[in-house]
Design a protein around this ligand. Structure first.
Ligand code: SER
Length: 485
């Protein structure tokens, strides 16, 4: 990224400026800036890059020499495994920008923590609102409490009550499976009691909105082997990841990541579309009868607005990486993002394709985070999204109408064969159907879905065999006629 300009501490910062400041800070301290890897990993095990450290794995393992022992990068990431959480809190995005600094066998805990605090000061993040977690150890795994990290935080003046030890689930960072890993210390900003759940037990790691994790410093020390053991790595390294969207939310005092400069132009455009094209009441919705109903509808609409801009942004980044909507692999992820967002449009009363119209405002919100070449491609990608949404619109209309008629059986579950029929006859995705039903508090009987699918397979195989038999018969007849056998 371009060189940074100087800012007064505490000043409002655009997301692209925060990113620039982060990279410049580490460049000024001997880190080589490397370009983020393409979001779509060529031949990679995971569909998309899910963490800033992924391109660094060969260096962290000591398999390849790094370009320099100190590195910094801005990495686009996409994780859809917990896409359902989007819109249920103010922090979860399916795609995000991870800012990182790495020490490949160079500095350790002391410098990583000192650097992190100095950058927070420079960005104007209030140290008195900072809380940290660290790895409290795990006997079963044979891994000790990270006392060295506790010591470094104390040394830097962090009050004891704001140093919170947590278990392996929270503070032993892994990629979700075998690979380089290690204990981590997570930095949380206290966004105020007013945003919290009010429970006495509320601390960093609580699901409420009070503590927001902004940065994770991982001390990569082990290789998690497929057998479940942890082997020390030849190098002791540092891998950090700061969530740009979250830091922007704090610095811009935004309620959620979706109210930052990255998303606001798209939110505004969505608001205009709802105002001009949205119908009063989407199908299946009766007028709210009381306050509880009104509150429920408001929550559903707020979630829809967040999901729409989140999924549209994720689709935009995937499209920019050359992944278009498709049937399999990465393409199916993009298609699913577009379909889920389109369905949320119906929650807001948007019946006609609208997602493509959000890509331009998203690009505006991202400013210098997109290259000029990428900015120039946005109109063409917006058309692609609109085409995909248009193809799906009729399926969506018919499917939603049928889903609105479905009722649970005597066991309290919606019969799975009905979802299968909707899928086989109308092309309505079963996972999306389940999501729509879940919003009405209904669960699906997946065993009857599996039975219906199996029965369908048997019938298809039989009819394919009949067709094949007939063709064989015809062919052999022809052979008989013409071959003179
Ligand atoms: N690898 C860590 C994470 O993804 C820090 O970069 O959170």
């Amino acid at each position: 990224m371009a060189n940074s300009t100087t800012h007064t501490t505490g000043q409002y910062r655009a997301s692209s400026e925060i990113a620039e400041r982060f990279l410049a800070f580490f460049r000024e301290r001997g880190h080589r800036e490397v370009a983020g890897a393409p979001l779509a990993v060529p031949g990679g095990g995971t569909s998309f890059i899910i963490a800033g450290m992924q391109p660094m794995i060969p260096y962290l393992r000591g398999q390849e020499p790094p370009p320099a022992p100190r590195l910094t990068a801005l990495q686009r990431c996409l994780r859809t495994d917990d896409a359902d959480a989007v819109g249920t809190n103010g922090r979860k995005c399916t795609s995000f920008h991870m800012l990182g600094n790495w020490s490949i066998g160079d500095y350790g805990r002391r410098e990583a923590i000192t650097l992190a605090l100095a950058l927070l000061d420079e960005l104007g993040l209030d140290r008195s609102r900072l809380w940290v977690t660290l790895f409290g150890g795990d006997e079963a795994l044979g891994l000790p409490r990270d006392e060295a990290t506790a010591h470094e935080w104390r040394r830097m003046g962090m009050p004891e009550e704001r140093i919170v030890p947590l278990g392996a689930e929270d503070n032993l960072w892994t990629m979700g499976g075998p690979g380089p890993c290690g204990p981590c210390t997570e930095l949380f900003m206290d966004r105020g009691v007013a945003r919290g759940c009010g429970r006495e037990s509320c601390l960093p790691g609580c699901a409420c909105e009070r503590f927001l994790e902004i940065w994770n410093l991982v001390f990569i020390e082990y290789e998690w082997l497929p057998g479940g053991t942890y082997e020390p790595l030849p190098l002791r390294s540092v891998d950090t990841g700061m969530g740009l969207e979250r830091v922007a939310a704090v610095l811009q005092d935004a309620e959620s990541v979706f109210e930052t400069d990255l998303f606001m132009p798209a939110r505004t455009r969505l608001g205009e579309l709802v105002a001009t094209r949205g119908r009063e009441a989407p199908p299946g919705r009766s007028a709210p009868s009381d306050q509880t109903d009104t509150a429920r509808l408001e929550r559903a609409e707020a979630r829809a607005r967040q999901m729409i801009v989140d999924h549209a942004r994720a689709a935009l980044l995937a499209l920019l990486a050359g992944v278009g909507p498709g049937h399999d692999g990465r393409g199916s992820v993009v298609r699913q993002l577009i379909r889920r967002a389109a369905r949320q449009g119906r929650v807001l009363g948007l019946e006609q394709p609208f997602l493509g119209e959000l890509l331009g405002p998203l690009a505006t919100g991202h400013g210098a985070l997109l290259t000029p070449e990428e900015q120039a491609r946005v109109p063409e990608l917006a058309r692609l999204v609109t085409e995909e949404e248009t193809r799906f619109a009729r399926v969506l209309t018919v499917g939603l109408r049928e889903l609105a008629r479905l009722a649970p059986g005597p066991d309290g579950l919606v019969p799975g064969e009905r979802l299968f029929a909707l899928h086989a006859d109308r092309g309505f995705p079963p996972d999306l159907a389940a999501e729509v039903l879940a919003e009405r508090g209904l669960a699906v009987d997946w065993s009857s879905f599996a039975r219906a699918r199996e029965a369908h397979r048997v019938v298809s195989r039989a009819s394919a065999a009949r067709r094949f038999g007939k063709e064989e018969h015809e062919r052999s007849g022809q052979r008989g006629d013409g071959g003179g056998e």
